[in-house]
Design a protein around this ligand. Structure first.
Ligand code: AMP
Ligand code: MG
Length: 404
C-alpha cells in the first residue's frame, strides 16, 4: 500500500483553516504574534517636511550665488518648531528632526556655513530641497503598513508603533498540550539510574517549537503505555482547552504502541496515519471537534523533525499566518548521494560556504532517528525527495536550515 505523501499530509495537517479568534495586545507585546487585520498608518511619517541635518533652513533661490549672506531670524528644533516664515534673504537655525519653517525649502548643513551674530554665510552651493525629508516620505496616513497574516518582527513592531498603534489585533496564542508516552520514560534528574530507563528529551524540543511558533504550552507530563491512562490524558487536553495535542511515543504498530487505539477510543478522527517520510513514518494527525491531535513517533529525531515539518505549519495556519509551510534554501550536495527510496528524507546535514556564494550541504554519516548527538550537531535538514535518483557531489538540493 502506498503511504500518504508528505505533501498530502501537510495539506491535511496545516492546510488553510479558520484562524483562532483575534485579541488586542499592546504593541510592546506584539513581537512574534500574527496580525489578525491589516494595519494602516494612523498618521504620516514624517508628519511635515523636516530637516535631515543640523544647519540652516533657507530658500533655495537665496543661495543660487555663493557666498550668500542671510539674516538668522529664529530657530527650529525637534519638537519646537519656528512659528514664523522665512522671507527673502532670511534663514532659520534648524536641527535634525525639526519642522522646516514656512517659506524655506532647503537645508544648508552647518559644516558649510559660518556665523557672525545674526548673519549666516554659506560659501558652498547646496542644491534646492537638499537635506529635507518630505512629509509622508516614510509612510502616508492611511497607507497600508503591515498586512493581516504577517508575523510581527521587532522591525514590524517598530513600524506599528511609528504608525501610532498603541495596541494591535493579533490571533490569540494557540494552546498546545504536550504528552510524553512510554513506560521507560523519566524526567531529567528524576530517574533511578536503571538501564531500562530513558530520559525524556522530546518534550523540550517540542515545547521550544511550539513557543517559537507563538503557542502557549500545557505540559501533560509523562504517562505509561496504558490505554486507560493515555485516554485520560487525551481528555485532560480537551478539559484544559488545548487547540492542539501533541503526543510523543507509541505511534507505531508494536504491542505497546497505544496512541492510535487511544485516539480512536476518544473519538479522534485520524485523517493521517503513516506517511512516506523519514524520519517519522508513523506520524498521526486527527481531529476531535476543534481539537487537533498530532501523534509523533517517540524517537527523538523523528519527534523533532516532525515537529518542525508539521507542528510549526499547523500553528502558523491556526494563527492565520501567510507563507510556505517551511522555508527552504537552495544548496549543493557536499558529497555524492545514492538513489532515494519511496520515503521523502529529511537528513541531518552540515552547511558550509561553497566558495562561490552558495551553500554546500553534507549529510552527517549516521542518520539513525534515535541519535540526538547527531541532531544537535546538524545545521540543517537536507531534503531528498521520494524516489530521487542518485546524485553527484555538487548537484543542486534544498535544505531547511535550523533557525535556533
Ligand atoms: P516509541 O515511538 O514509543 O516506540 O518510542 C521510540 C523510541 O523513542 C524509544 O526508544 C523510546 O524510548 C524513545 N522515546 C519515546 N518517547 C521519548 C521522549 N519523550 N523522549 C525521549 N525519547 C523518547
Ligand atoms: Mg513507546
Amino acid at each position: 500500500m502506498a503511504l500518504m505523501s508528505v505533501e498530502e499530509a501537510l495539506r491535511r495537517v496545516a492546510g488553510p483553516t479558520e484562524a483562532l479568534a483575534e485579541e488586542w495586545v499592546p504593541v510592546s507585546a506584539a513581537a512574534g504574534r500574527v496580525l489578525a487585520r491589516d494595519l494602516i498608518a494612523n498618521r504620516s511619517q514624517p508628519p511635515a517636511d523636516m530637516s535631515a541635518m543640523d544647519g540652516y533652513a533657507v530658500r533655495a533661490a537665496d543661495i543660487v550665488d555663493t557666498p550668500a549672506r542671510l539674516a538668522v531670524i529664529g530657530e527650529s528644533a525637534a519638537g519646537r518648531p519656528f512659528t514664523g516664515a522665512v522671507g527673502r534673504g532670511e534663514c532659520v537655525r534648524i536641527f535634525t528632526g525639526a519642522v522646516l519653517p514656512a517659506g524655506a525649502d532647503t537645508v544648508v548643513i552647518q559644516e558649510n556655513t559660518t556665523r557672525e551674530g545674526a548673519v549666516m554665510t554659506t560659501t558652498a552651493p547646496t542644491a534646492a530641497r537638499r537635506n529635507v525629508r518630505k512629509a509622508g516620505c516614510d509612510f502616508a496616513k492611511g497607507a497600508p503598513g503591515l498586512a493581516a497574516g504577517h508575523r510581527i518582527t521587532a522591525r514590524g513592531m517598530m513600524l506599528a508603533a511609528a504608525m501610532d498603534h498603541a495596541r494591535v489585533p493579533v490571533a490569540r496564542r494557540p494552546r498546545v498540550a504536550l504528552l510524553q508516552t512510554g513506560d521507560e520514560l523519566v524526567m531529567p534528574g528524576e530517574g533511578s539510574g536503571a538501564d531500562a530507563e530513558i530520559v525524556v528529551s522530546n518534550a523540550f524540543g517540542l515545547a521550544a517549537i511550539a513557543r517559537g511558533a507563538g503557542a502557549e504550552v500545557i505540559d501533560l507530563g509523562v504517562v505509561g503505555d496504558d490505554l486507560s491512562v493515555i485516554r485520560a490524558a487525551i481528555r485532560r487536553a480537551v478539559d484544559e482547552g488545548a487547540d492542539v495535542l501533541v503526543s510523543s511515543g507509541g505511534a507505531s504498530v508494536g504491542d505497546h504502541d497505544l496512541m492510535a487505539p487511544a485516539l480512536k477510543a476518544e473519538q479522534v478522527d485520524l485523517e493521517v496515519h503513516k506517511i512516506a517520510l523519514r524520519p517519522g513514518k508513523p506520524l498521526m494527525f486527527g481531529r476531535r471537534g476543534a481539537l487537533r491531535v498530532l501523534g509523533l513517533p517517540g524517537n527523538p529525531v523523528s519527534s523533532q523533525v516532525c515537529g518542525l515539518l508539521f507542528l510549526t505549519p499547523l500553528l502558523r495556519a491556526l494563527q492565520g499566518e501567510t507563507g510556505p509551510a517551511y522555508r527552504t534554501l537552495p544548496a549543493r550536495l557536499g558529497c555524492a548521494m545514492p538513489a532515494n527510496d519511496w520515503r521523502m528524507d529529511f537528513m541531518r546535514a552540515r552547511l558550509a560556504a561553497d566558495g562561490a556564494g552558495g551553500l554546500l550541504a553534507t549529510p552527517l554519516p549516521v542518520q539513525d532517528s534515535s541519535l540526538l548527538s547527531v541532531l544537535a550537531s546538524a545545521d540543517a535538514l537536507l531534503i531528498r525527495p521520494a524516489d530521487a535518483p542518485a546524485a553527484e557531489a555538487g548537484a543542486p538540493c534544498e535544505v531547511i536550515p535550523f533557525q535556533d
